[in-house]
Design a protein around this ligand. Structure first.
Ligand code: ADP
Ligand code: MG
Length: 403
């Protein structure tokens, strides 16, 4: 699960990472009021930041024509005006796709006098099965681009999860970024805070881009997290109620939200053959075999080992909610699962939805004879497949012939 920048900064601040002051606002009036308070304590400028899980906001463009999801303002009137063009409007960035994202919250924060921008992240490295800290002097930019064109500019430091981030490692990364003296000291402290945020929140990613050296009015320099992104492992959400409460359903794919209501593991993909499978491994293999026969899976869907009729029916409606779907492959191996429960669920769902698309069903295992009979007796044009390969080949062919 992803959270907004202002929420990520709240988490980071809890672990001692310095972030600029500011508050999220949901109306231009509120934004004006918060900015007045920032101006009153001596800030000369404030920044309005559209809140959306998608990155690249700085270079984004609103559909109403306004440029920039991150805007510097010099007066509270300007804050009011710009906020009016952000809240309730759609921002398109490199990461949102052409449809963009509706902005309902803006972060009003102090404008900082940036001297240098860095990139910093802690994430899970699946190759070493350890957390890794990644840092670069090329901050504020697209890190994927840096990784591709100048990979030598990215510092990696693998962290032993039992030991945690060791002080020498934090200093090593800071030195690698060219930091010395007081800045090195601040950086090491900040890296620990970022690592603890990652660890304590069960995050899969904590990214600070940019991490900045800013100059205070008195000339002193300070290291700040100017932007923040946190992704939390869904499997650990149950033990973080405060993070759960940060969930913003408006930012998530509607079909995936619907699926989570029924405890279904659904991930939308961009092909046209929908799959309904029990078990994650079988679901992966099903996607592979569809691909093998020249088709493209429209989704990953695991209904779990003990799916009920209701879940099967919900799963059907969810996969049909994707307008790209042109055929369905059901692949069930009944271990604990009773094949007839699935068959009954399928028949019910096909009747309920008035399914017109080709449907291939492959059932195997527990109570399979009754299940097959239920399908055959239904009078519905369900194509049956005996082996997995045969079923996959049939659906690929049926979709090819129907379009
Ligand atoms: P995104 O990554 O979505 O584009 P950022 O928060 O990284 O959004 O903002 C983009 C750029 O805007 C930053 O690289 C930084 O240069 C500038 N910026 C962001 N926040 C501030 C701030 N509080 N003060 C001054 N400049 C900022
Ligand atoms: Mg950024």
């Amino acid at each position: 699960m992803n959270i907004h920048e202002y929420q990520a900064k709240q988490l980071l601040a809890r672990f001692g990472v310095v972030v600029p002051g500011g508050e999220p606002c949901t109306s231009p009036e509120e934004a004006r009021e918060v900015s007045q308070r920032l101006f009153a304590v001596g800030h000369k400028k404030v920044v309005l930041k559209a809140q959306t899980h998608a990155g690249g906001r700085g270079k984004g463009v609103f559909k109403n024509g306004m440029k920039g999801g991150v805007r510097v303002c010099k007066s509270s009137q300007e804050v009011f005006d710009i906020a009016s063009y952000m809240i309730g409007h759609i921002l398109v960035t490199k990461q949102t796709g052409a449809e963009g994202r509706l902005i309902s919250t803006v972060l009003v924060t102090s404008a900082e006098n940036i001297k240098k921008e860095f990139y910093l992240a802690v994430l899970l490295d699946r190759n070493t099965a350890n957390p890794v800290i990644m840092a670069s002097t090329e901050g504020g930019m697209d890190i994927e681009e840096v990784a591709e064109k100048q990979p030598e500019k990215i510092i990696h430091e693998t962290i032993n999860p039992i030991l945690g981030l060791m002080p020498y490692q934090a200093r090593k990364v800071a030195v690698g970024l060219g930091l010395r003296g007081e800045m090195l000291h601040q950086a090491a402290k900040l890296f620990h805070g970022v690592y603890r945020t990652f660890w304590e929140c069960d995050a899969s990613l904590v990214e600070v881009n940019p991490l900045c050296i800013v100059q205070r009015p008195d000339g002193k320099e300070e290291l700040l997290a100017l932007d923040a992104k946190v992704s939390v492992d869904d499997n650990a959400l149950y033990r973080h109620q405060t993070i759960q409460a940060m969930r913003d359903l408006a930012e998530e794919a509607p079909l995936e939200i619907e699926a989570s209501k029924y405890n279904l593991n659904y991930i939308k993909l961009d092909g046209n053959i929908a799959c309904l499978v029990n078990g994650a491994g079988l679901a992966m293999a099903t996607m592979d075999i569809i691909q093998h026969f020249g088709g493209r899976p429209a989704n990953f869907l695991d209904v779990g080992g003990g799916a009920t009729r209701e879940q099967v029916s919900a799963a059907f409606k969810i996969i049909l909610g994707d307008p790209n779907v042109q055929g369905i492959l059901v692949n069930i191996f009944g271990g604990i699962m009773d094949c007839n429960v699935i068959a009954t669920g399928i028949v019910g769902a096909v009747k309920e939805t008035g399914l017109k698309l080709p449907l291939v069903v492959r059932l195997e295992g527990n109570n399979v004879a009754t299940g097959r009979k239920t399908l055959a007796d239904s009078g519905l044009p369900i194509i049956s497949g005996t082996s997995m390969a045969e079923a996959a080949e049939k659906i690929v062919l049926a979709v090819k012939n129907s379009v």
